[in-house]
Design a protein around this ligand. Structure first.
Ligand SMILES: *[C@@H]1O[C@H](CO)[C@@H](O)[C@H](O)[C@H]1NC(C)=O
Ligand SMILES: *[C@@H]1O[C@H](CO)[C@@H](O)[C@H](O)[C@H]1NC(C)=O
Length: 205
């Protein structure tokens, strides 16, 4: 090979690897960090599960925070409502806390997707975008329960087979405040109105 050809070959190889990175980052395309409400909606739609902290009603930690894992969905893939829905049973330890005090906090992070590892962001880095929701958990009925079922069962297919004698019901996390960590400079707050008005995905023209 002539030495004149080598830079061309190098360029082609780099070009190929750039194309590779481009296609993998396409899978999770986060909105710009200054569009905080959109980032929050994006995270809420990407994550299939959340950590939920309740105020414990169980000895020996009565009155203390209690964080547990829940499957969530704010809608089938591509249909984001922004409302985290859950499939719950009163047999569950945290749900028993909610019967005493429905107030809770939900956190979701892009560390739960491939995004942070691919970008080399530690889960505690604000660049590994994450949200904390404040609010309470409410049972939903009627048409909202129909949507919750579609949202959850499409993304958590094994729920269909969960034991029927557990009396499962659909619930939503009723958001009163959204806290966003998606960049340096401290936590940012988003009101429920701003959050629900934001478009989580790139607008198609
Ligand atoms: C849904 O139904 C349950 C049980 O009948 C009731 O306790 C609850 O308040 C209802 N929730 C809403 C949002 O209407
Ligand atoms: C649900 O959240 C809204 C704010 O989005 C709040 O005004 C309302 O009081 C909450 N409802 C309950 C039952 O907590």
């Amino acid at each position: 090979m002539s030495s004149a050809l080598r830079p061309t070959l190098l360029f082609l190889l780099l070009g190929l690897s750039w194309a590779g990175l481009g296609s993998s980052s396409c899978r999770v395309q986060i909105p710009p960090h200054d569009q905080v409400a959109r980032v929050a909606r994006f995270i809420a739609h990407q994550c299939d599960w959340a950590s939920m902290a309740t105020i414990s009603s169980h000895k020996p930690v009565v009155g203390q925070p209690f964080s547990n894992v829940f499957s969530v969905s704010d809608g089938p893939h591509g249909t984001s409502s922004g409302v985290p829905y859950m499939y719950l049973t009163h047999m569950e330890v945290s749900v028993q806390d909610l019967q005493v005090n429905p107030q809770a906090s939900l956190s979701m992070s892009l560390a739960q997707t491939d995004y942070c590892k691919q970008q080399g962001f530690d889960p505690q880095s604000p660049l590994c975008a994450h949200i904390i929701l404040s609010g309470s958990v409410l049972q939903v009925n009627g048409t909202e329960a129909d949507f919750a079922k579609k949202a959850l069962f499409s993304r958590h297919p094994e729920m269909i087979d969960w034991p029927t004698d557990h009396n499962w019901f659909f619930a939503k996390f009723n958001i009163t405040q959204v806290w966003v960590l998606d960049y340096f400079g401290g936590v940012k707050v988003v009101s429920p109105d701003e959050y629900f008005q934001a478009a989580p995905h790139r607008k198609h023209h």
